[in-house]
Design a protein around this ligand. Structure first.
Ligand code: SAM
Length: 304
């Protein structure tokens, strides 16, 4: 199985941990790779295709992808820019050895990053809300609570500081991402998934991967996702299937006592692959099996 590859957005709800299982079930020899709910893009980093068409209706995450990608041929310039900002705002940075003082570490054993960075993170946030400089948005995401992007009604970024900083993992994820995008043909869009699918003229060997908000789990980007969205999604899958377009869908049928009945009913006509997620352990019977992650396809495939 492939090693795990991390996207530099550390997006909440990313597919980082389970992607090595899912990629084994993708079709081989993809011409155009479509992703309707790109998020932090942890899936696309595994995919070999001739062209990539990547969509998410959150314009900020797409802007961040475009921004980071634009440095694929000048990696050092991007890192230099980010490190200058980190130093300007006096944030801790494990990667650069700008660490939190020992007395603070002892006093707040589990929360010292957030204690140390709180005030300066707020300054960064205020400045970003003034100038909307996207490099600041990237750092807000890296240092922010749960690595989320959250704006209030006035359009101001309003996430509190997280208990994390710019460490070796962030550095390596940026370099890895830049190497991936460097020689790829990529187009981004910010459409609603229905338009993204309906407006596409799919061709042979095209493949679409869908990792929608999960109806039965809680997260920032799930809160606007309704049962109607869920139904529209399966209608679209049927539409794709009629057009002989291969699709792969990630979702959860059960989670913490909640059940997605729409999914359970609609996935019956397709092939359902069981995916081992954090909540399920095939090797440990003592883990309560109250969550079920699935990968649904309209194509059968030998494992690569
Ligand atoms: C589960 S996340 C995708 C995570 C991604 N696979 C990753 O690994 O980071 C779902 C994404 O769907 C996006 N989304 C929600 N509603 C949407 C809609 N109606 N059309 C397009 N994208 C939508 C959210 O902004 C969010 O980024």
């Amino acid at each position: 199985m492939k090693n795990k590859i991390r996207s530099p957005f550390f997006y909440v709800g990313d597919k980082y941990k389970i992607m090595p299982q899912i990629i084994e079930l993708f079709p081989s020899n993809i011409r155009n790779y479509y992703e309707a709910f790109l998020g932090g893009g942890s899936s696309v980093l595994y995919v070999e295709a001739e062209k990539y068409l990547l969509n998410d209706n959150n314009k900020n995450i797409i802007d961040l992808h475009k921004y980071i990608s634009s440095y694929s041929k000048k990696k050092e310039v991007l890192l230099d820019k980010l490190f200058k900002l980190i130093k300007k705002y006096q944030l801790s940075c494990s990667y650069l050895g700008l660490t939190v003082p020992e007395d603070l570490k002892k006093k707040y054993v589990k929360t010292y990053y957030s204690k140390f960075n709180k005030e300066n993170y707020s300054k960064l946030k205020n400045d970003y809300n003034e100038d909307k400089d996207i490099s600041k948005l990237y750092l807000l995401l890296i240092y922010g609570f749960n690595h989320m992007i959250r704006f209030n009604r006035n359009g101001d970024f309003n996430l509190p500081v997280g208990n994390v900083d710019f460490n070796k993992n962030v550095y390596e994820a940026i370099l890895n991402y830049l190497s991936f995008v460097e020689d790829k043909k990529i187009e981004y869009s910010t459409k609603d998934y229905v338009d993204f699918i309906k407006e596409t003229n799919f061709k042979e060997r095209d493949f679409i991967y869908l990792d929608p908000p999960y109806l039965i789990s809680n997260s920032e980007y799930n809160k606007n996702w309704t049962s109607e969205d869920e139904v529209r999604l399966y209608d679209l899958l049927d539409f794709l299937n009629e057009k002989n377009v291969y699709f792969g869908l990630s979702n959860m049928t059960d989670h913490k006592g909640n059940s997605n009945e729409i999914l359970k009913k609609r996935m019956k006509k397709y092939i359902v692959h069981e995916i081992e997620s954090n909540y399920i352990s095939r090797f440990d019977n003592t883990v309560k099996k109250n969550s079920r992650e699935v990968y649904v396809t309209n194509y059968g495939k030998e494992k690569r």
